[in-house]
Design a protein around this ligand. Sequence first.
Ligand code: SF4
Length: 365
Amino acid sequence: MIADINRYLPFAEALRCALDGERPALSWLVPLLTCAEADAPALYRAAEAVRAAHVGDDVHLRGLIEISNYCRRDCAYCGVRRGHEGVVRYRLSPDEIVETAQHIQALGYRTVVMQSGEDMWFTAERMAEVIRRIKATTDLAVTLSLGERDAETYRQWREAGADRYLLRIETTDPALFAALHPDDDLEERKACLYTLRELGFQLGSGVMVGLPGQTPEILAGDVIWLHELGAEMLGVGPFIPHPATPLGDAAGGTVEATLRLVAVLRLVFPYAHLPATTAMGSLHPQGRERALQAGANVLMPNITPPRVRGHYALYPGKVFPGDDAVAARAQIIAHIDAIGRTVSDGHGHVRRVACQEEMKDAHTE
Ligand code: SF4
């Protein structure tokens, strides 16, 4: 898409559109996503005001278990893609996953997130049993991030008790999606998200920032599509090139561009849960704190057993909390305290009714 500068509003007018709750449009999304360094603090302040007004000062902590790095796919940017033979593959057993979830509860977390490559060893029934066991022995909210599956599988996992599902679209541009995902289909991934929404999962998606060939217009188009989808959790991070992938020599995304997107998402989705992603912390020592100060309100500490933790390397330089999970949690809480925020003691479910009302209000103005 060719940028036409005349289509876009000046920064101050664009920010006003966002604060007025206007339906997302390229005319104001692009100027915010590409705003000058001098304008960025105003964008972050606006996002923080919306964040404080709608979801408060709480930061929700989700305990993350990376349950398997086996994957049937070959995404061009991913360090654990099927074709990367240098990866040490691992898969946690159902017993180990359930025990780790129980440990997560004992540490004080209220949500477990189970993430993996598209590992078909975890059949619908196997995974449903894991979910049932976690639900029977803990009070945790259960989030899944296990990739694309058929509708029947999603249904079984939902019936087993899973509350939320994260499936990033990564990009909604058909040509870019096809270039990045040689064995995947954009329409199929969208269909998965529609199915998850129909099944009543709290729905998470998101994109990568700084992909080769990605333009501000494409990124703005992603925001518009995510809004139409009604995503309730939005995870975004910079693209960090992995040297053992076809994109190993690409430039990669920046913290600054990602922060602008985090802030824009907060303005467009006032009630959503927005994680300050690990990729932000991997690219900059204060990346996650800066995201929390640009509209984000979720952190996902990695509680994967230390013996396998280093093998889930989607990108290089990934940061981990220390092996002592108690000390790591205390350190995370200290960081949250230091920026004047509080740690949520609830499950941190999406405020669905409020979110729908907010969208209706925005659309009728
Ligand atoms: S991004 Fe996900 S689906 Fe793609 S290769 Fe990596 S783990 Fe597999």
